[in-house]
Design a protein around this ligand. Structure first.
Ligand SMILES: [Zn+2]
Ligand SMILES: [Zn+2]
Length: 258
């Protein structure tokens, strides 16, 4: 069996993604309290005690707020970039592994490639995971898709991809002007159309799963995301929309044999 993945929740109120291979499991980001994390993991048949490590993408609180408390309670090692570590004082951590120069590393039988993305954080990294002939790309929280991002995420067997907002809804929505500029800017979040353009450029025919994620509850609707991604929804084997409250249930990526 290849990689398996699931989500504790996805969106600006908290994120957490489980990536598992065999009996090892990583948690990528944790934007929930310990209690919430335990409850959400239990829903997926897991406890934080089952985790091998926590990986962090960047310091925004919807990704980081629960990381240090969880790591301390369960004695979990943390992988993050030096910029993310220095961006916030998160107190003592049981064990820190610094990701230097976005070099690939192996943890829990999974090869992890950190990929630098344009986002308004100190040193943001999104990740591509490979194990047992299957690959999964996790790509949220970026304002622009760069050629660097495209080259790393092309060819993944499964993808969790941000489609954060509809530009028109964002423009007419409740956010103050400065936040609208931030979210819609080059270091903010991907719109539905940017997500669709990325898939068109890198190809999506090989995807077993496409999970549309980090969808704004204020500046987007499922209907708008669906219509922007209509072509992909038709041809990808399994397309789902991650939600803030329930994330999504376990998905398995079948090995293609590298
Ligand atoms: Zn976020
Ligand atoms: Zn962010």
């Amino acid at each position: 069996m290849g990689l398996r993945f699931a989500s504790l929740g996805s969106g600006s109120k908290g994120n957490g993604t489980l990536v598992a291979s065999g009996d090892q499991c990583l948690l990528v980001d944790c934007g929930f309290t310990i209690k919430q994390t335990e409850r959400r993991m239990l829903r997926l048949g897991m406890s934080p005690a089952d985790l091998t490590a926590i990986l962090v993408t960047h310091e925004h609180s919807d990704h980081l707020s629960g990381v240090a408390p969880l790591a301390r309670k369960y004695g979990l090692p943390i992988y993050l970039t030096p910029g993310t570590l220095r961006a916030r004082d998160i107190g003592k951590l049981p064990q820190v592994h610094l990701i230097e120069g976005h070099q690939p590393f192996v943890v829990a039988d999974i090869q992890v490639t950190p990929v630098a993305v344009p986002h308004d954080a100190r040193e943001a990294a999104q990740y591509v995971f490979r194990s047992r002939g299957s690959s999964l790309g996790l790509l949220t929280d970026l304002g622009t898709v760069t050629p660097h991002v495209e080259s790393h995420f092309a060819g993944c067997d499964a993808l969790v991809l941000e489609a954060n907002h509809d530009p028109q809804m964002l423009a007419q929505g409740p956010y103050p002007p400065s936040l609208k500029r931030r979210v819609g800017g080059a270091y903010g979040h991907l719109s539905n159309q940017q997500a669709a353009g990325f898939l068109q450029r890198v190809g999506y025919e090989q995807l077993q799963h496409l999970v549309v994620a980090h969808i704004s509850e204020k500046n987007n609707t499922l209907e708008l995301a669906r219509s922007a991604l209509a072509e992909m929804l038709e041809s990808v084997e399994n397309c789902i929309f991650a939600c803030q409250q329930d994330g999504f249930d376990w998905l398995t990526v079948e090995a293609r044999g590298y």
